[in-house]
Design a binder for this molecule. Structure first.
Ligand code: ADP
Length: 268
């Protein structure tokens, strides 16, 4: 087997992360215990950024997998490939992470079919092993390996729930959009927009979040606020930036768009 270049998975520079509570201490304790973690919370609220920051802090390589419903166990674990010299085994991201002692982050994990997700079970209990059945190899996880998964519990759907047998292998941390002052600080930092404008963008997000369950599946995320801020920094008038970055991506419903557009006009 060729050596894996772990350096490519290192987080080179400190990812900016504004703590909201004691989440960094909690994560450090969970990592010290090599406890697998679930990060749950709405989309675009900082879960992925938090993991990047923690990987940097703990000086561990980070391997992120964006999950989708077509993903198979082989996409995670690996498969035999055909090349000029015959067949060759190629490790999947989960196997690479287990071998090199990375933090393996499965993003939006409920998108994955339950039978696919079962492959993480033996890595997330006392065994810390990954059987590569097709290859006939049992990989013992590196002592520094940690499994982290994230999902958004807001999308209520029966077939998009984690099985109890999966959940009960993890500790969990709940994330949410931060308090308005902190969220404005993040938006200003990440987009370069003036603090007063950032505060208004956050107010707009709050109005949309109040409409969750009343015509909107989800409110405006911190990520979208940052996009709006960046458009404003480019010289786009704030109301137009908000329509493009906050409202149009959020909903196709014309009535809801009108409601949100009206809210923009009262703010800007
Ligand atoms: P999620 O993984 O929850 O969908 P992300 O981590 O991608 O969301 O967050 C979206 C963006 O919001 C990030 O790229 C980052 O710019 C910003 N962000 C959100 N929360 C924070 C935070 N606490 N500190 C720094 N940036 C944040």
């Amino acid at each position: 087997m060729s050596e894996i270049d772990a350096a490519q998975y290192r987080v080179a520079a400190m990812p900016y992360y504004r703590p909201v509570g004691n989440e960094t201490e909690l994560y450090e304790a969970a990592y010290a215990a090599r406890m697998p973690l679930i990060l749950k919370g709405p989309t675009g609220c900082g879960k992925s950024r938090f993991v990047e920051h923690m990987a940097w802090r703990l000086d561990r390589p980070l391997i992120t997998v964006a999950c989708n419903e077509d993903m198979t166990a082989a996409d995670l674990v690996g498969r035999f490939l055909l090349d000029l010299n015959g067949t060759r085994w190629q490790d999947g991201p989960l196997t690479v992470a287990a071998r090199i002692g990375a933090i393996c982050y499965l993003d939006e994990v409920v998108e994955t079919r339950q039978d696919t997700l079962v492959v993480i079970h033996s890595l997330t209990d006392h065994r810390r092993m990954l059987p590569l059945d097709k290859k006939g190899e049992l990989v013992a996880a590196h002592p520094d390996f940690q499994m982290v998964i994230s999902y958004n519990p807001g999308y209520q759907s029966l077939n998009k729930e984690l099985k109890p047998s999966t959940r009960q292998r993890f500790g969990a941390m709940a994330f949410d959009y931060p308090l308005p002052e902190i969220e404005a600080e993040i938006v200003a930092h990440e987009s370069g927009v003036a603090p007063a404008q950032a505060a208004k963008l956050v107010q707009m997000a709050h109005r949309s979040r109040n409409l969750k369950g009343h015509g909107l599946d989800e409110g405006i995320s911190t990520r979208l606020l940052i996009y709006a801020g960046r458009l404003i920094v480019q010289g786009i008038p704030p109301a137009e930036a908000c329509r493009m970055a906050l409202v149009r991506p959020l909903t196709d419903d014309p009535d809801m768009q009108d409601t949100l557009d009206a809210a923009i006009d009262t703010l800007f």
